[in-house]
Design a protein. Structure first.
Ligand code: SAM
Length: 397
């Protein structure tokens, strides 16, 4: 990159068109000049030196700048306070700030706060910073978050241990920034109550993005045998049991998640109807099919099979094979809830893969709905990457 004045980058013509088209990321190839410090908030100009706005610079990622605003005015404290305040007020309007609930308060770039995620578990906030800019602003953003929340926080935990940090040359960091965390945090999700390991659980502790899909799946569970594959700590399965499932089998490879799952099942008074089996789901599903097992509701919620575009081809085979096995386990007239959190496998491709699985399984399958993440995982229309989750609700004959 050509070095001109500090704290400014100049885009190529393509970069300019990209930003004006609404996408907030500028790739390194679309920078014609300028430079900044790692994580610096800098001014972005087009090739004719017109200001395109302000963004956070990364010195190492392929995404060189994440735009924060298209306004010419430099963001100040009031700007950031308003950004965070708007995100919090939105969750409040969505009815997600009840004291014992859990929700995503800040959803990174989609909330105009690049690389910064905040999940709330009751009065414990878990922050996750994934880019140089959010790391550099961490203490300032935490201060503004505390000011914006309509309730005090008992604890603030930093879970900046996502693998994506390596693209930003950032080391992993897990620490309690405020208060203390003595064991799991207990939260509610409607009539469901569960414990979260905010220090070592996956993501910030739980998969909050599946909240509404769990309720939709549970509506198909009454009186049925349920299989919750890739269960993590069992929230699909426990929800199903609460909704009247006859029995629930949860399968995951994580022992720690299984232990939490059994505690959560007891906590909700459904321990007698739930079993956990630690296994590789791909092998487990095949073995169940071979032994003639059937379920009225099967849920498959695997980790992302395609984290990059290059992995899509392999992921296609994985999704077809997984769903083929899952469909083979569904009773005639039963339900399959099938999720994919691979952004690179878009909605239309995912549906084609499900259709291929149905063909190979020789089952007739109807799509009853295709849903995304819960509403607090907001989707910014100019940023398709924020619409990563797909959850298909299928009827299988
Ligand atoms: C997206 S999470 C599931 C979230 C869960 N359904 C929920 O609603 O909280 C994926 C889970 O798959 C598990 N996992 C990954 N690969 C696996 C495999 N081959 N067999 C079994 N579990 C696996 C991980 O431990 C993780 O808990």
């Amino acid at each position: 990159m050509r070095r001109t004045a500090m704290g400014k980058v100049i885009t190529t013509g393509k970069g300019r068109r990209w930003i004006l088209g609404g996408h907030p990321w500028i790739y390194r190839d679309d920078i014609a000049g300028g430079e900044g410090e790692p994580g610096e908030l800098l001014c972005v100009e087009d090739p004719n030196q017109n200001t395109l706005g302000w963004g956070l610079f990364s010195s190492s990622s392929r995404i060189a700048v994440r735009m924060v605003t298209r306004s010419a005015a430099q963001p100040d404290r009031a700007f950031w306070a308003e950004r965070i305040g708007r995100a919090v007020r939105t969750r409040e309007r969505q009815g997600l700030l009840e004291p014992a609930d859990a929700c995503r308060l800040i959803n990174g770039d989609a909330d105009g706060l690049p690389g910064w995620v905040v999940d709330r578990y009751g009065a414990t906030a878990v922050i996750q910073s994934t880019v140089q800019g959010s790391d550099r602003m961490r203490d300032f953003l935490v201060e503004l978050l505390v000011e914006a929340l309509p309730f005090p926080l008992d604890a603030i935990v930093e879970r900046s241990d996502s693998a994506v940090r390596k693209h930003e040359n950032l080391v992993e960091r897990v620490q309690v920034l405020h208060g203390s965390v003595d064991g799991p945090v207990r939260v509610t999700e409607g009539d469901l109550c569960y414990e979260v390991d905010v220090l070592a659980g996956h993501k910030t502790g739980a998969y909050l993005d599946q909240r509404t899909n769990r309720s939709k799946a549970a509506a198909r569970a009454r009186g049925r045998r349920v299989l919750d594959a890739f269960s993590y700590d069992g929230l699909f399965g426990i929800r199903a049991a609460l909704a009247g499932a006859e029995t629930v089998v949860c399968v995951d490879q994580s022992e720690a998640a299984g232990e939490r799952l059994l505690r959560n099942a007891e906590l909700n008074g459904v321990g007698e109807r739930i079993v956990f089996e630690r296994a590789n789901c791909m092998a487990d599903l095949r073995a169940r099919k071979d032994s003639g097992e059937r379920f009225g509701l099967v849920v498959v919620d695997p980790p992302a099979f395609a984290r990059t575009k290059r992995e899509v081809e392999g992921a296609e085979r994985g999704y077809v094979e997984l769903n083929l096995r899952a469909m083979g386990l569904v009773d005639e007239g039963g339900s399959l809830v099938s999720a994919s959190c691979s952004y690179n496998v878009r909605d239309d491709l995912f549906l084609r893969l499900l259709a291929r699985a149905a063909r190979d399984a020789q089952r007739r399958v109807w799509l009853e709905g295709l849903c995304g993440a819960a509403v607090d995982h907001c989707v910014l229309l100019g940023l398709p990457e924020s619409a990563y989750l797909k959850c298909a609700f299928l009827r299988v004959e």
